[in-house]
Design a protein around this ligand. Sequence first.
Ligand SMILES: [Zn+2]
Length: 279
Amino acid sequence: MKTLEDAPLIVIDMTSGLHARNKTVHEFYNLVRNDVDWRYYGYCPPQGNIDITRLGAGPEDEYIDGVTVVYARKIQGSVNREVVAFCTNARVYHKPKTDVFLRRTVWFKSEKVDCAYSLESDTLTDLSHYPFKFVIRLSHYGAALLGGQRYFKGQNPEFDAELLAYLASCKEGQDAMEAEAFQRGFTLEGSVPSDAVCEVSASHKTFVTEKGLPYLEAHHLVPGVDAPWNVVLLCPLCRRKLQYGTAQTKAQVLRALYKARQTYLEEAGISLKDLQALY
Ligand SMILES: [Zn+2]
Protein backbone atom coordinates (compact mmCIF):
# COMPACT_ATOMS: atom_id res chain seq x y z
CA MET A 1 0.00 0.00 0.00
CA LYS A 2 1.21 3.50 -0.77
CA THR A 3 1.94 5.88 2.06
CA LEU A 4 -0.37 8.83 2.62
CA GLU A 5 2.37 11.06 1.28
CA ASP A 6 2.70 9.13 -2.01
CA ALA A 7 -0.91 8.08 -2.62
CA PRO A 8 -3.06 10.01 -5.08
CA LEU A 9 -5.72 12.01 -3.29
CA ILE A 10 -9.12 13.44 -4.10
CA VAL A 11 -11.32 15.64 -1.91
CA ILE A 12 -15.07 15.29 -2.47
CA ASP A 13 -17.25 18.24 -1.50
CA MET A 14 -20.51 16.65 -0.44
CA THR A 15 -22.40 19.90 -0.17
CA SER A 16 -24.05 20.22 -3.50
CA GLY A 17 -27.26 21.86 -2.34
CA LEU A 18 -29.08 20.23 -5.27
CA HIS A 19 -29.96 17.00 -3.54
CA ALA A 20 -33.47 16.22 -4.68
CA ARG A 21 -33.02 17.56 -8.18
CA ASN A 22 -29.83 15.75 -9.05
CA LYS A 23 -30.28 12.50 -7.18
CA THR A 24 -27.34 13.47 -4.99
CA VAL A 25 -29.22 12.17 -2.01
CA HIS A 26 -26.90 9.18 -2.59
CA GLU A 27 -24.23 11.17 -0.80
CA PHE A 28 -25.94 10.23 2.41
CA TYR A 29 -24.54 6.73 1.93
CA ASN A 30 -20.91 7.80 1.49
CA LEU A 31 -20.18 7.60 5.20
CA VAL A 32 -22.28 4.54 5.99
CA ARG A 33 -21.21 0.94 5.64
CA ASN A 34 -23.23 -1.03 3.16
CA ASP A 35 -25.07 -3.66 5.15
CA VAL A 36 -24.80 -6.22 2.33
CA ASP A 37 -21.02 -6.56 2.25
CA TRP A 38 -20.02 -4.10 4.96
CA ARG A 39 -17.93 -1.94 2.66
CA TYR A 40 -18.15 1.74 1.85
CA TYR A 41 -19.50 2.96 -1.49
CA GLY A 42 -19.24 6.65 -2.14
CA TYR A 43 -20.99 8.92 -4.55
CA CYS A 44 -19.35 11.84 -6.27
CA PRO A 45 -21.53 14.92 -6.89
CA PRO A 46 -22.71 15.00 -10.50
CA GLN A 47 -20.32 17.32 -12.26
CA GLY A 48 -19.34 14.74 -14.88
CA ASN A 49 -17.17 11.66 -14.52
CA ILE A 50 -14.12 11.75 -12.30
CA ASP A 51 -11.00 12.46 -14.34
CA ILE A 52 -8.97 9.60 -12.89
CA THR A 53 -5.99 10.42 -15.07
CA ARG A 54 -5.44 13.20 -12.52
CA LEU A 55 -5.00 10.42 -9.96
CA GLY A 56 -2.43 8.62 -12.11
CA ALA A 57 -4.70 6.31 -14.15
CA GLY A 58 -4.16 5.73 -17.85
CA PRO A 59 -6.62 7.29 -20.32
CA GLU A 60 -8.30 3.90 -20.97
CA ASP A 61 -8.50 2.75 -17.34
CA GLU A 62 -11.92 2.20 -15.78
CA TYR A 63 -10.67 2.74 -12.27
CA ILE A 64 -7.60 3.31 -10.13
CA ASP A 65 -6.77 1.75 -6.76
CA GLY A 66 -4.84 3.02 -3.78
CA VAL A 67 -6.41 6.45 -3.66
CA THR A 68 -6.97 8.54 -0.54
CA VAL A 69 -10.51 9.94 -0.60
CA VAL A 70 -11.39 12.81 1.70
CA TYR A 71 -15.02 13.81 2.31
CA ALA A 72 -15.84 17.40 3.15
CA ARG A 73 -19.02 19.19 4.06
CA LYS A 74 -20.05 22.82 4.17
CA ILE A 75 -19.87 24.45 7.58
CA GLN A 76 -23.20 26.10 8.34
CA GLY A 77 -23.05 29.86 7.99
CA SER A 78 -19.57 29.82 6.45
CA VAL A 79 -18.08 29.47 2.98
CA ASN A 80 -15.55 27.02 4.43
CA ARG A 81 -15.74 23.24 4.45
CA GLU A 82 -14.94 20.75 7.17
CA VAL A 83 -13.31 17.35 6.60
CA VAL A 84 -15.75 14.76 7.97
CA ALA A 85 -14.16 11.45 6.94
CA PHE A 86 -11.51 9.87 4.78
CA CYS A 87 -10.64 6.52 3.22
CA THR A 88 -7.20 5.28 2.35
CA ASN A 89 -6.56 2.71 -0.36
CA ALA A 90 -9.89 3.35 -2.05
CA ARG A 91 -10.87 2.50 -5.63
CA VAL A 92 -12.03 5.40 -7.77
CA TYR A 93 -14.00 4.79 -10.98
CA HIS A 94 -14.04 7.01 -14.01
CA LYS A 95 -17.76 6.37 -14.64
CA PRO A 96 -20.28 5.84 -11.83
CA LYS A 97 -21.41 2.27 -11.31
CA THR A 98 -24.52 0.67 -9.90
CA ASP A 99 -24.92 -2.75 -8.39
CA VAL A 100 -28.39 -3.99 -7.67
CA PHE A 101 -27.05 -6.35 -5.01
CA LEU A 102 -25.96 -3.43 -2.89
CA ARG A 103 -29.68 -2.75 -2.49
CA ARG A 104 -29.45 0.98 -2.21
CA THR A 105 -32.09 2.98 -3.97
CA VAL A 106 -33.37 6.52 -3.91
CA TRP A 107 -36.58 7.99 -5.25
CA PHE A 108 -36.28 10.25 -8.22
CA LYS A 109 -39.34 11.67 -10.02
CA SER A 110 -41.47 8.95 -8.36
CA GLU A 111 -39.16 6.28 -9.71
CA LYS A 112 -36.90 4.04 -7.73
CA VAL A 113 -33.33 4.51 -8.89
CA ASP A 114 -30.30 2.39 -7.99
CA CYS A 115 -27.68 4.41 -6.19
CA ALA A 116 -24.60 5.01 -8.27
CA TYR A 117 -21.13 5.07 -6.78
CA SER A 118 -17.71 6.12 -8.01
CA LEU A 119 -15.69 5.39 -4.89
CA GLU A 120 -15.34 2.19 -2.92
CA SER A 121 -13.29 1.21 0.06
CA ASP A 122 -13.04 -1.42 2.80
CA THR A 123 -12.55 1.13 5.54
CA LEU A 124 -13.41 4.69 6.41
CA THR A 125 -12.21 6.94 9.20
CA ASP A 126 -15.18 8.92 10.49
CA LEU A 127 -14.00 12.20 11.97
CA SER A 128 -17.40 13.53 13.02
CA HIS A 129 -16.53 13.04 16.70
CA TYR A 130 -12.82 13.69 16.34
CA PRO A 131 -11.92 16.71 18.46
CA PHE A 132 -9.38 18.13 16.00
CA LYS A 133 -11.19 19.51 12.99
CA PHE A 134 -9.69 20.35 9.64
CA VAL A 135 -11.25 23.35 7.99
CA ILE A 136 -10.83 23.76 4.23
CA ARG A 137 -10.47 27.50 4.17
CA LEU A 138 -12.09 28.48 0.92
CA SER A 139 -12.04 31.98 2.39
CA HIS A 140 -8.24 31.75 2.04
CA TYR A 141 -7.81 29.50 -1.01
CA GLY A 142 -10.81 30.66 -3.01
CA ALA A 143 -13.92 28.71 -4.03
CA ALA A 144 -12.14 27.42 -7.15
CA LEU A 145 -10.14 25.08 -4.92
CA LEU A 146 -13.20 22.83 -4.80
CA GLY A 147 -14.42 23.58 -8.30
CA GLY A 148 -16.69 20.84 -9.63
CA GLN A 149 -17.01 19.69 -6.03
CA ARG A 150 -13.71 17.86 -6.14
CA TYR A 151 -10.08 18.64 -5.54
CA PHE A 152 -7.09 16.68 -6.82
CA LYS A 153 -3.74 16.56 -5.06
CA GLY A 154 -1.24 18.72 -6.85
CA GLN A 155 -3.56 21.63 -7.55
CA ASN A 156 -2.29 23.63 -4.59
CA PRO A 157 0.92 22.53 -2.80
CA GLU A 158 0.24 24.68 0.27
CA PHE A 159 -3.18 23.09 0.75
CA ASP A 160 -1.78 19.60 0.06
CA ALA A 161 0.80 19.98 2.81
CA GLU A 162 -1.77 21.26 5.28
CA LEU A 163 -4.26 18.48 4.55
CA LEU A 164 -1.70 15.64 4.47
CA ALA A 165 -0.27 16.66 7.83
CA TYR A 166 -3.75 16.52 9.30
CA LEU A 167 -4.59 13.13 7.77
CA ALA A 168 -1.27 11.72 9.01
CA SER A 169 -2.07 12.81 12.56
CA CYS A 170 -5.54 11.23 12.36
CA LYS A 171 -4.04 8.04 10.95
CA GLU A 172 -1.52 7.81 13.77
CA GLY A 173 -4.26 8.06 16.37
CA GLN A 174 -6.35 5.51 14.52
CA ASP A 175 -3.49 2.99 14.15
CA ALA A 176 -2.70 3.19 17.87
CA MET A 177 -6.36 2.73 18.69
CA GLU A 178 -6.71 -0.30 16.41
CA ALA A 179 -3.61 -1.94 17.87
CA GLU A 180 -5.04 -1.54 21.35
CA ALA A 181 -8.50 -2.70 20.33
CA PHE A 182 -6.93 -5.77 18.72
CA GLN A 183 -5.35 -6.70 22.03
CA ARG A 184 -8.81 -6.58 23.57
CA GLY A 185 -9.86 -9.36 21.22
CA PHE A 186 -11.45 -7.56 18.31
CA THR A 187 -10.57 -5.06 15.68
CA LEU A 188 -12.49 -1.96 14.78
CA GLU A 189 -12.96 -3.42 11.32
CA GLY A 190 -15.58 -5.74 12.60
CA SER A 191 -14.09 -9.07 13.59
CA VAL A 192 -15.67 -9.51 16.99
CA PRO A 193 -15.52 -12.54 19.29
CA SER A 194 -18.18 -15.10 18.35
CA ASP A 195 -19.81 -14.75 21.78
CA ALA A 196 -19.84 -10.91 21.83
CA VAL A 197 -23.09 -9.17 22.71
CA CYS A 198 -24.36 -5.59 22.77
CA GLU A 199 -22.86 -3.92 25.82
CA VAL A 200 -26.09 -2.11 26.64
CA SER A 201 -27.87 -5.41 27.10
CA ALA A 202 -26.96 -8.99 26.21
CA SER A 203 -30.58 -9.51 25.24
CA HIS A 204 -30.35 -7.16 22.22
CA LYS A 205 -30.74 -9.01 18.98
CA THR A 206 -28.44 -8.54 16.02
CA PHE A 207 -27.73 -10.64 12.95
CA VAL A 208 -24.88 -12.98 12.07
CA THR A 209 -22.50 -11.87 9.31
CA GLU A 210 -21.18 -14.03 6.48
CA LYS A 211 -18.17 -14.80 8.66
CA GLY A 212 -20.50 -16.36 11.22
CA LEU A 213 -19.90 -13.59 13.75
CA PRO A 214 -22.49 -11.42 15.46
CA TYR A 215 -22.74 -8.02 13.78
CA LEU A 216 -21.81 -5.36 16.32
CA GLU A 217 -20.47 -1.86 15.86
CA ALA A 218 -17.46 -0.52 17.71
CA HIS A 219 -18.22 2.87 19.19
CA HIS A 220 -16.09 5.38 21.10
CA LEU A 221 -17.98 6.07 24.28
CA VAL A 222 -16.16 9.31 25.05
CA PRO A 223 -15.80 10.99 21.65
CA GLY A 224 -12.20 11.54 20.67
CA VAL A 225 -10.59 9.44 23.40
CA ASP A 226 -8.38 6.75 21.91
CA ALA A 227 -8.17 4.17 24.68
CA PRO A 228 -9.14 0.49 24.54
CA TRP A 229 -11.56 0.81 27.44
CA ASN A 230 -13.35 3.55 25.56
CA VAL A 231 -14.42 1.24 22.72
CA VAL A 232 -17.82 -0.35 23.32
CA LEU A 233 -19.57 -2.88 21.12
CA LEU A 234 -23.15 -2.02 20.28
CA CYS A 235 -25.99 -3.57 18.35
CA PRO A 236 -26.92 -1.41 15.32
CA LEU A 237 -30.03 -0.08 17.06
CA CYS A 238 -28.17 1.16 20.15
CA ARG A 239 -25.52 2.79 17.97
CA ARG A 240 -28.19 4.67 16.03
CA LYS A 241 -30.02 5.62 19.22
CA LEU A 242 -26.86 7.42 20.33
CA GLN A 243 -26.79 9.26 17.03
CA TYR A 244 -30.41 10.07 16.35
CA GLY A 245 -32.35 9.38 19.55
CA THR A 246 -34.04 11.94 21.76
CA ALA A 247 -32.17 13.16 24.85
CA GLN A 248 -34.13 10.64 26.89
CA THR A 249 -33.28 7.72 24.58
CA LYS A 250 -29.61 8.69 24.57
CA ALA A 251 -29.57 8.99 28.36
CA GLN A 252 -30.98 5.49 28.70
CA VAL A 253 -28.24 3.97 26.50
CA LEU A 254 -25.53 6.05 28.14
CA ARG A 255 -26.56 4.99 31.64
CA ALA A 256 -26.00 1.34 30.74
CA LEU A 257 -22.69 2.08 29.05
CA TYR A 258 -21.51 4.25 31.93
CA LYS A 259 -22.08 1.31 34.22
CA ALA A 260 -20.15 -0.98 31.87
CA ARG A 261 -17.08 1.32 31.98
CA GLN A 262 -17.60 2.98 35.36
CA THR A 263 -14.14 2.23 36.82
CA TYR A 264 -12.35 3.75 33.83
CA LEU A 265 -14.67 6.71 33.51
CA GLU A 266 -14.39 7.58 37.19
CA GLU A 267 -10.63 7.29 36.99
CA ALA A 268 -10.73 9.69 34.06
CA GLY A 269 -12.87 12.06 36.16
CA ILE A 270 -15.87 11.73 33.85
CA SER A 271 -19.29 11.60 35.53
CA LEU A 272 -22.46 10.27 33.94
CA LYS A 273 -23.57 13.87 33.54
CA ASP A 274 -20.32 14.76 31.78
CA LEU A 275 -20.79 11.84 29.43
CA GLN A 276 -24.37 12.77 28.64
CA ALA A 277 -23.32 16.33 27.90
CA LEU A 278 -21.10 15.00 25.09
CA TYR A 279 -24.07 13.57 23.18
ZN1 LIG B 1 -28.10 -2.79 21.90
